[in-house]
Design a protein around this ligand. Structure first.
Ligand SMILES: Cc1cc2nc3c(=O)[nH]c(=O)nc-3n(C[C@H](O)[C@H](O)[C@H](O)COP(=O)(O)O)c2cc1C
Length: 347
């Protein structure tokens, strides 16, 4: 069976799962075009994740993927968290606010317990993808037994080989150009391989289907990835501007006006690529304090951003975007996909 048959789609295009940006509406609009819609559920509780899946299923009978984070949770280290709170306290002071006294683990991992697994088994999305690592063997087995396609992001060959050895169905080759969090398993090791190089490397050494992700904004770039051995492409940044995404007005405006991106770990505690703002310019400076680990740092970043946004300063938002954001087009999902298909066929 080809990857497209496995996923139940006609064209080799996937909407990237985007926690905080994905919506059931966007997922359904995309799936209705016979490509794979998606829900980024990594920031959800089991209950809100269930609502999103059921809403998407009510909007379309077509297939879509859901996505979870698979990080190894670190112990709550209050000393490390406090050092990071202290470092950011001048930012809170500028906003006439006190920083919090402690930080929470705001994002559970799929591996923590089987609640998200059971949700997948109950709601049966076509595919489930994972970022930051590989689920437990029993979780993979149960998903496969249920006929759900399993997919995991790899940013280097070692991760790709581990994904294949674990019995996962599909490798998502996430290049360094990609917007959002690097899918790296170990947050302190990043080979920073370009999408095109990564696709070729994985093609040469692994036998699973490959989805290329990172810096793909048009059909010509998609076709180039397919020619290098990818079976499909996954686009995130290109879809953030669609009306039915959850991006706020400041984020949408920045996507079209601020074409520079950079990777920083200071927002969440894990490296992620976004539009350059206060985080890159003022906080991720050479003499910065040691960072609190993911997702504790993210708790602080979200509180700082919420305070600043209320006061009209949107420079603390996590405006994730890939390196090719300057090629973004103001097209709604249906038109964007039609355009991509035409470009792929004529490239
Ligand atoms: C706003 C945004 C949020 C993202 N959130 C997730 C996520 O929740 N899970 C995930 O696996 N990947 C996430 N990613 C990464 C994408 O899956 C994908 O690798 C990336 O969008 C591809 O690069 P591009 O943005 O240049 O198209 C996100 C990307 C963006 C832009």
């Amino acid at each position: 069976m080809t990857l497209l048959e496995q996923l139940g789609i006609q064209h080799p295009i996937l909407l990237a799962p985007m926690a905080g940006v994905s919506t059931p509406q966007l997922a359904a609009e995309v799936s209705e075009q016979n490509v794979l819609g998606s829900l980024g559920l990594g920031a959800n509780t089991v209950e809100t994740a269930r609502q999103q899946i059921l809403q998407t299923q009510a909007l379309t009978p077509k297939s879509f993927q859901v996505n979870f984070f698979c990080h190894d949770n670190v112990e709550n280290d209050s000393a490390a968290n406090q050092a990071w709170i202290d470092y950011l306290s001048p930012q809170f002071a500028q906003l006439n606010a006190e920083p919090p006294t402690e930080l929470q683990c705001i994002y559970p991992s799929f591996k923590d317990n089987d609640d998200f697994l059971n949700l997948c088994l109950e709601t049966r999305p076509k595919a489930v993808s994972f970022h930051f690592g590989i689920p437990h063997p029993h979780q993979i087995q149960k998903l496969k037994d249920a006929g759900i396609v399993t997919m995991v992001s790899a940013t280097n060959l070692v991760e790709a080989q581990a994904i294949e050895a674990a019995g996962i169905d599909v490798i998502i080759a996430q290049g360094v150009e990609a917007g959002g969090h690097r899918g790296i398993f170990n947050p302190s090791i990043d080979a920073a391989i370009k999408t095109s190089d990564l696709v070729q490397l994985i093609k040469k050494h692994c036998s699973l289907p490959i989805i290329a992700a990172g810096g793909i904004m048009n059909g010509q770039q998609a076709k180039a990835m397919l020619a290098l051995g990818a079976d499909a492409v996954q686009l995130g940044t290109a879809f953030v501007q669609c009306k039915s995404s959850n991006a706020n007005a400041a984020y949408r405006q920045a996507l079209f006006n601020q074409p520079l991106t950079q990777i920083t770990a200071t927002i969440s505690g894990r490296p992620a690529r976004g539009l350059i703002n206060h985080w890159h310019e003022q906080i991720d400076v050479p003499d910065r304090a040691d960072l609190a680990p993911y997702p504790y740092a993210y708790d602080l970043a979200k509180q700082l951003n919420a305070l600043a946004s209320k006061q009209g300063d949107f420079g603390y938002g996590a405006f994730w975007a890939g390196t090719n954001v300057a090629q973004i087009r103001a097209l709604e999902a249906q038109d964007l996909i039609n355009q991509l298909v035409v470009e792929i066929n004529h490239a």
